[in-house]
Design a protein around this ligand. Structure first.
Ligand code: NAP
Length: 314
């Protein structure tokens, strides 16, 4: 069957491309459905300084291009088309993307997650130019600078604490007057002398010549607005895992793929890797690690269980 692959990988961020490097090097016929916007969240990042092997850092899009070239070098077939649906009830699995249907003995779901953005004027065009969703990735660019963080959950507290180590001033802006973050995270943020809080407030607009220079803050109770100077804005209002198209795959209550043993999903032969199941680390290097692990598990499954066990939906 021409369209039959040993492994179809859905997603082309660090998890998906790393998985494809491993599967192709194990001589498994591999298709990567990369999506029309391939490369995942790193395509929106500028300098990546925490991916090992690049002493001076590397631009996010360059890192992804390198990973893609490496996957192609080893024989991965990569198509820049969007996954639209999958039938995981029969073997081989049927995967629909664009106009075509592909068959797969095993599938790795590595479709990632997208940061939830504020969706206010001036935000989109300044992502990577002062607007960020990852303090661990970008805090070093804000040494001795004045930054805002938006959100009231654990991520916002964590981002504030990371930024407080390098920034001059950190203001956490939250739309309500109480946080949903855990007590311990709130307390850590409150105990940090560099972090101040602005409650009942939202960012209504982000301004600046190219980069972020100021933000219009609106009081969510009075409607009053004020424009304040700022160098960086970190949006920490949650992530949206890209799972809405996966019918029959168990998700947790927040919509992330529910992982069983050895990066398996609830469906035998369907694995998962990266931010689509991981809400804790969300780093390129951890996603790449999950991709390698899922690929190794898929390879094992194909050679042992997948060859012998009748397909069933658990
Ligand atoms: P979250 O818990 O869903 O919190 C999102 C925050 O963003 C909320 O405070 C929410 O406000 C606010 N928000 C949502 N949409 C907004 C908008 N359009 N404008 C302004 N504010 C908005 O998300 P998270 O903080 O990313 O955490 C996700 C999960 O990961 C949680 O289970 C968390 O405990 C976990 N986590 C744990 C740690 C840790 O333990 N170290 C670190 C990070 C994440 P409201 O409160 O008003 O809804």
């Amino acid at each position: 069957m021409e369209n039959l692959y040993d492994v179809i990988i859905i997603g082309s961020g660090p998890a998906g491309l790393t998985a494809s490097i491993y599967t192709t090097r194990s001589a498994l016929k591999t298709l990567v459905l990369a999506g029309e916007k391939w490369g995942g969240q790193l395509q929106l990042t500028s300098l990546v300084e925490n991916f090992p092997g690049f002493p001076e850092g590397i631009q996010g899009p360059d890192l992804m291009l390198n990973m893609r070239k490496q996957a192609e070098h080893h024989g991965a077939e990569i198509k820049d088309i969007n996954f639209t649906s999958g039938d995981f009830t029969k073997r081989p699995f049927s995967i629909v993307a664009g106009q075509d249907t592909y068959k797969a003995k095993a599938v790795i779901i590595a479709s990632g997650a997208d940061a939830r953005w504020l969706d206010v004027p001036g935000e989109k065009e300044r992502i990577g130019k002062g607007v960020s969703s990852c303090a661990t990735c970008d805090s070093m660019f804000f040494r001795n600078k004045n930054v805002f963080i938006v959100g009231g959950g654990d991520s916002a507290m964590e981002e504030a604490l990371v930024l407080a180590k390098v920034a001059q001033k950190v203001t956490l802006i939250h739309r309500r007057d109480s946080f949903r973050a855990s007590e311990i995270m709130q307390q850590r943020a409150k105990d940090d002398p560099k972090i101040t809080f602005m409650f009942n407030s939202v960012i209504a607009e982000i301004k600046g010549e190219g980069r972020v220079q100021s933000a219009v803050i609106k009081n969510s109770q009075t409607g009053e607005t004020k424009e304040l100077p700022v160098d960086g804005i970190f949006v920490a209002i949650g992530h949206i895992p890209n799972t809405s198209l996966f019918k029959g795959i168990d998700l947790d209550k927040e919509g992330y793929v529910a992982v069983r043993d050895h990066y398996h999903t609830n469906i035998s032969g369907v694995f998962t890797a990266g931010d689509v199941h991981d809400r804790s680390y969300r780093q390129a290097i951890t996603a790449a690690g999950f991709g390698a692990a899922a690929a190794l598990e898929a390879e094992r499954w194909l050679s042992i269980d997948g060859a012998a066990v009748e397909f069933k939906v658990n």
